[in-house]
Design a protein around this ligand. Structure first.
Ligand SMILES: O=P(O)(O)O[C@H]1O[C@H](CO)[C@@H](O)[C@H]1O
Ligand SMILES: O=c1cc[nH]c(=O)[nH]1
Length: 232
């Protein structure tokens, strides 16, 4: 059975899916990390592939930009394709001095300015968090690789071009970086008892004049991919 957004048949997608906003980053992962990749989706150019990594089945797929997009793709993977864990590898803007382009942020929790969580009608503020098992293994891998990384809260914002610079208020609460999807991914996973983790690479700084090129965003940030594949 396919969905309106995914033409895969049941069984075409592995239990672990590594996702990124940019479908071309998913293609890059298929070409550079997967053995025998087979494309399972091309609907809306949201490319998805399944292969093996060191002999273990794994899929990679794009999820588009923003919460509505990641929410659709991750919901369908968990509910209609029986996926057990989704690891997002994305880019983010850092909110503090001393963080550099290329640094990793392992997103322990994700705040949001989106209304997505209101659908659960909770009598308070839900705190979307990563699966602890995936998180702690990712941190172990970052340490073993000897790369620069932080672990903590991120902001999943609906706003890329922030007219009011509201990110400053999140930074004052210790939030490390801003991206646009993790809160919905974590909430979707929690709502169906599955696992999720986001590993980010800093591509921009909101506090210093630093920025990566479009090509680097698509292709060069391989440390987060190595960490993600180590979790398969
Ligand atoms: O690099 P990706 O995974 O797309 O993630 C970040 O980049 C996009 C914005 O440029 C948003 O999707 C944001 O979350
Ligand atoms: O500043 C940034 C950089 C990457 N992704 C975002 O959402 N914001």
């Amino acid at each position: 059975m396919s969905t309106p957004h995914n033409s895969a048949n049941p069984g075409d997608i592995a239990k672990t899916v590594i996702m990124s906003g940019d479908p071309l980053r998913a293609k890059f992962m298929a070409e550079h990390f997967l053995e025998n990749p087979k494309q399972f989706n091309g609907v809306r150019n949201m490319l998805g592939y399944t292969g093996t990594y060191q002999g273990k089945p794994v899929s990679v797929m794009g999820h588009g930009m923003g919460i509505p997009s990641v929410a659709i793709y991750s919901y369908e993977l968990y509910h209609f394709y029986d996926v057990e864990q989704i690891i997002r590898v994305g880019t983010a803007g850092c909110l503090h001095k001393g963080m550099d382009i290329g640094d990793l942020v392992v997103a322990q929790g994700s705040c949001t300015d989106s209304n997505y969580l209101q659908q659960y009608h909770l009598p308070g503020t839900y705190a979307p968090i990563a699966d602890y098992g995936l998180l702690s293994r990712a941190v172990d891998e970052c340490r073993a690789m000897g790369i620069r990384y932080d672990v903590g809260n991120v902001l999943s914002s609906d706003i890329f071009y922030d007219e009011n610079q509201d990110w400053r208020k999140w930074a004052a609460m210790g939030v490390l970086a801003v991206e646009m999807e993790s809160a919905a991914l974590y909430a979707n996973a929690a709502a169906c008892g599955r696992k999720a983790l986001t590993i980010l690479t800093i591509s921009d700084s909101l506090v210093e004049a630093k920025s990566a090129s479009a090509e680097e965003r698509q292709l060069a940030f391989t440390n987060m991919m190595k960490v993600a594949f180590s979790l398969v």
